[in-house]
Each structure stands twice: as C-alpha cells, then as structure tokens.
Write a protein that binds this ligand. Structure first.
Ligand SMILES: Cc1cc2nc3c(=O)[nH]c(=O)nc-3n(C[C@H](O)[C@H](O)[C@H](O)COP(=O)(O)OP(=O)(O)OC[C@H]3O[C@@H](n4cnc5c(N)ncnc54)[C@H](O)[C@@H]3O)c2cc1C
Ligand code: HEM
Length: 399
C-alpha cells in the first residue's frame, strides 16, 4: 500500500493522468524504444502500431493506483500481467527502465503540473507494483524451472488446414527432450526471427490436450484489409512453416485454465479462433471424465470458417452428456439442422445449473462483452464467469 503522504497525490492525479493517458503512453513508448531499441523484440509491434498496447501497460499502472485498496479487482489483473510477462521473458532489470520512462513521460506531458511531490508519489506507486510483479514473476520462472526468455526448439510434424483461415501445427519435442507440461487453456509464445528485421513473439493457445510429447497450436491468418496491414507472424507461420521446420516456443503460461479434471458441469463458449483453448479443454475432458456434463457452443462465420470440427466429433462419440450448439452467420441448406443462423444467442443453449457450472468465454472482444452481459442477465454469478482475451487486456472495466 502506498504511504499516507503519497496517497492524496495519487488520488488527485489519477483523473488528470487518465485524461492525458494516451499522450503519456505514446510518449513513454516512443522515448523508451528510442533509448532501448532492443526492447522492441519483446513487445508486439503490431499492437503498438494499432495502438492497443499503448492503452494497456500505462493504464494498468493508473488503474492499479486508483484501485490500490481494492485487492479483489486487482488480483486477476496482476495475475494476467504476470503470466504475459513471464511468457515474453520480462526480467527484473527491465523494471527501472520502464519506471524511468513512465515517470519521464508524466513529467513531459504534465509540465509544471508534475510537481516533485506528485512525481515522488507516482514513483512510490510504480515501485510498489513493480516489486509485486518482480516477485511473482521470479516465482513463476522458478516453478517452471526456466530462465527468463528461455525458448525451446520444437519440430513441426504435422500441419492441418482446420478451416478457411486457420492452420493447426503439431510441434514435437526434439529427441531426448519432452514437451513442456501445461494446463488446458494455456498458451505459448512463438518467437519468429524475421530476416534483416526484429524478433517478434506472439501468443498461441494450445489447442490439444497435453500429450507429454507434442504441442498443437492453431493459427488464424490475419488477412489485413485496405486500412490494416496483414498480420506479421500469423502470415509468416502460414506461408513459411512446413513439416520438418523447427519453431521456437516459450514455456506455456496463462491463467485462463478451465478445470478439465473436475466433474462439475462446465460451459465453454467461443467464437472464431477463440475455439482453440476450448478444444484443449474438451479433448482433456473426453479423456478423463467422458460422462461430464458439458455445454460447448461455438459461433463461426460459416462452416468453412469453423475449425476443429473433427475434434468435436471425436469428443461427441465418447461423451454422452456433451451438448454442442453451433451458430453460423452464413448458414446454408447444407449445414446440419442443429446449427442456428446468426450470432451466438445463449437463450438457445440447453439449461445448466447456474450455481454449479463455471462458464468460459473466448473470442472477439465484442462477442465476449455481449455474452458476458447476457450471462449476467440470465443470473450466472460473476464469480463463475471467466474469459480469455487474444490481445492486451485494455482494463476499461477497472475504473
Ligand atoms: C493469450 C493469447 C492467446 C492467443 N491465442 C491465439 C490462437 O490460439 N490462435 C490465433 O490465431 N491467435 C491467437 N492469439 C492472437 C495472436 O497472438 C496474434 O495476436 C495474432 O496471430 C496476430 O498476430 P500477427 O503477427 O499475425 O498480427 P500483427 O502483425 O500483430 O497485427 C495485429 C493486428 O494489428 C494490425 N496492425 C498491424 N500493423 C498495423 C499498423 N501499422 N496500423 C494499423 N494496424 C496495424 C493488423 O492489421 C492486425 O489486425 C492469442 C493471443 C493471446 C494474447
Ligand atoms: C509496474 C510495471 C508494469 C505494469 C503495470 C505492466 C502492465 C502490463 C499489462 C497490463 C500488459 C498487458 C497484459 C495483457 O496481455 O493483458 C503488459 C504486457 C507486456 N508488458 Fe508489462 N507492465 C509493467 C512492466 C513491464 C516491464 C518492466 C516490461 C519490460 C520491458 C514490460 C513489458 C511488457 C511486454 C513486452 C508485454 C506484452 C506486450 C504485447 O504483447 O504487446 N512490462 N504489461
């Protein structure tokens, strides 16, 4: 907790910092990357270019300070940051660099309003958060038995076109090595070293149950449009990786870990490529508790865009209490009669015991917001709702 001296300065300045939030964070990143170009290898430069990351790191610091006495709100935020940080190999020695540039950006943007006591209050708040993150990250590296930034070479042994724009890559551990253990729902970061360019890391949820020998990721090609360039890493993976290629991945991390080992009813709701962690969970449940009551609902643009149907069919063949409900935006007469047209509508799902089942969501942000609202209206307790965001968490809800 920040000191009684710092507290009033933090409280008074949070609204001002929020108002100037984007300018501060842009200044922060641009100054930091100018002084430490090597850090661009850690950051997702696609997120930087599209602006989503700018809102994330610094706004987390502001949100933290504003909610400093609200441990319930902060717990999940800190946990997500820690998992993301260890997945990209953040080290303790990076923190002073970020802290210096963040405080520098506050001073630069606020000018005379950034008085010495205000800066010292923010210094204190940043240090407190940094120490908490450093300690949690140190523990996670130790638990995983890895050094920060450690990568494992894995050979691609199979590639499958799962849908019109999703390819699954099966990666096998090198001779004498094992695939890292993971919980269904977790992700690895894939490291791509572009020729004459930067290294970039991207997270991909593991899309099969743990096997001990292999990992599977399923990657959607980010096509790009007239306004946005095509995604760097996903296109590179689609266009360059062949059976026999070696790819480099981090240890699996992530705090979105639906309990696949329990026997309680469970609800898995996904849209688009958000199906990947759900398939890992489903495949694991089909191995350990095939009689478990599972509602699995998925929304896709069309049958051609619906990935991993063979996994679902396999699960259906051994799981008598699995209820699969599909929503297809472009439903044709060839689609099976149990599919619904349009976007996901939870009123179409079979009923489940609201107080017993956890509900897991993964898909585009608007999809999750819409479903989250509907699920709350339906009476699902918020503590039973969990979601995975395939990008930086923008923390808009933390005010
Ligand atoms: C926890 C987690 C799990 C994930 N799991 C999966 C998964 O299982 N499968 C999967 O496919 N993806 C997954 N993702 C998403 C994945 O990590 C990548 O974000 C995705 O593949 C896009 O990466 P890219 O390099 O192809 O695109 P990027 O190059 O990073 O581009 C991303 C977006 O930014 C836009 N952009 C880039 N440059 C600019 C610019 N100059 N101006 C404006 N816009 C720009 C692009 O058009 C694109 O829309 C996951 C993400 C997270 C965080
Ligand atoms: C108190 C300090 C810090 C806070 C509050 C913080 C906060 C965050 C947040 C909120 C995210 C997004 C998590 C998500 O995906 O939802 C993030 C990601 C990230 N952070 Fe930090 N961070 C801090 C320090 C650092 C430091 C010291 C570094 C090292 C340079 C760093 C590098 C990164 C990187 C590389 C990502 C992933 C970005 C991406 O994929 O675009 N952070 N951080």
């Amino acid at each position: 907790m920040v000191s009684a001296v710092a507290r009033p300065y933090i409280d008074a300045s949070v609204p001002v910092l929020r108002e100037h939030g984007l300018t501060i964070t842009r200044t922060f990143y641009s100054n930091m990357f100018a002084e430490h170009p090597e850090l661009t290898n850690l950051f997702n430069m696609g997120n930087q270019a599209s602006g989503v990351q700018q809102q994330s790191l610094a706004s987390a610091v502001f949100a933290y300070a504003a909610n400093i006495d609200n441990a319930a709100a902060l717990g999940p935020v800190v946990s997500r940051i820690v998992h993301k940080h260890v997945s990209v190999g953040i080290k303790a020695e990076h923190y002073p660099i970020v802290g210096r540039h963040l405080l520098g950006a506050i001073k630069e943007v606020l000018g005379d309003a950034a008085t010495p006591p205000l800066i010292s209050a923010w210094d204190e708040a940043y240090c407190e958060l940094a120490l908490a993150l450093i300690s949690a990250e140190k523990e996670m590296y130790a638990q995983a038995g890895i050094e920060p930034g450690q990568l494992q070479n894995m050979r691609v042994i199979d590639i499958c076109d799962e849908s019109a724009d999703i390819k699954a890559f099966v990666l096998e551990a090198m001779p004498g090595e094992a695939a890292p253990p993971f919980k269904p729902g977790q992700y690895v970061s894939v490291s791509v070293n572009f020729e004459n360019g930067p290294t970039q890391l991207r997270q991909y949820s593991l899309s099969d149950a743990p096997t001990g020998r292999t990992l599977r990721i399923s990657v959607k090609r980010e096509q790009g449009s007239a306004l946005n360039p095509a995604g760097q890493v996903s296109n590179w993976l689609h266009d360059n990786v062949v059976v026999g290629s070696v790819v480099r991945v981090t240890h699996p991390f992530g705090d979105f870990t639906p309990d696949a080992e329990s026997t309680a009813p469970i609800v898995l709701l996904s849209a688009g490529v958000g199906i990947t962690p759900m398939i890992s969970v489903l495949n694991r449940i089909s191995q350990v508790h095939p009689n478990r009551q599972v509602v699995f609902a998925h929304a896709a643009r069309s049958t051609a865009h619906y990935a991993h149907r063979p996994d679902i069919a396999r699960a259906q063949s051994v799981m008598p209490n699995l209820h699969v409900v599909n929503f297809l935006e472009n439903l044709t007469s060839d689609d099976i009669s149990t599919d619904y047209p349009g976007r996901m509508d939870i009123s179409k799902l079979p009923k489940w015991p609201l107080d017993e089942a956890n509900v897991y969501l993964c898909g585009p942000v608007e999809f999750m917001q819409e479903q989250w609202r509907s699920l709350i209206e339906m009476g699902v307790p918020p503590t039973r709702l969990h979601r995975e965001v395939f990008g930086p968490e923008l923390l808009n809800y933390l005010r």
